[in-house]
Design a protein around this ligand. Sequence first.
Ligand SMILES: CC(C)(COP(=O)(O)OP(=O)(O)OC[C@H]1O[C@@H](n2cnc3c(N)ncnc32)[C@H](O)[C@@H]1OP(=O)(O)O)[C@@H](O)C(=O)NCCC(=O)NCCS
Length: 214
Amino acid sequence: MSNPTAPPTTAVIRPYRHGDHDAVYDICVRTADAGGDARGRYASDDLMPDLFAGPYLHLEPELAFVLEYAGRVVGYVLGTADTQGFVRAYRREWIPRLAHRYPEPTGAPGNPDEEMLALHHRPERLLLPELAGYPAHLHIDLLPAAQGRGHGRRLLETFRAAAARAGAPALHVGMVTANMRARGFYDRLGFHVIPVPDPGPLTYLGRATGDPDG
Ligand SMILES: CC(C)(COP(=O)(O)OP(=O)(O)OC[C@H]1O[C@@H](n2cnc3c(N)ncnc32)[C@H](O)[C@@H]1OP(=O)(O)O)[C@@H](O)C(=O)NCCC(=O)NCCS
């Protein structure tokens, strides 16, 4: 007879809980180098998660979902349905919350850590006019062992439906152009390129939230 209190042995997607925080941070840094492992790349392994996971977990936990397998969190999707509101809250709440760790840099960034700090202190970089019609945005990451099994599709679908319920007609991702594997994933799931002048190392992709993934 199965034990109803045992962790699930098939992968399940469920809403984020506070206790998932460290697992999400760990997955984030292990996938933050254009989809590969970024551990050891910055002075702290928390730097990338503090920019690309933590603010969403803190400010919009209801739009965060995790993939759990055998009692372990092995993937997540998180984001916002309202990028403008998120940027305002990032400046108002998230920057002051981490001020002890990340003081505002003076002068031009001189190394990769300082480049990330400059991004942290300029959340308004997310407000490109070309993205205004795609008010939701997301980040999705799975540990290598969980990739390529259809879980990314299901996580994305979960976020899409949640963003639609929250009133966003369309969503976007800003992905590192070098991450070819992720690009194949988004193309398959019906995203199109959103042309942006001077996109730097990023490619912007978007799609409507109205219909399930293609
Ligand atoms: C990118 C990522 C989220 C995709 O999730 P995944 O679970 O590996 O993808 P899935 O298995 O759900 O694939 C969904 C569909 O996309 C297709 N697909 C996935 N990657 C593809 C690729 N590189 N090229 C073509 N098709 C691809 C799959 O074949 C599948 O098609 P189907 O459902 O019609 O059969 C995941 O691999 C990942 O976390 N990678 C590391 C972190 C990362 O790069 N995150 C994105 C940052 S922008």
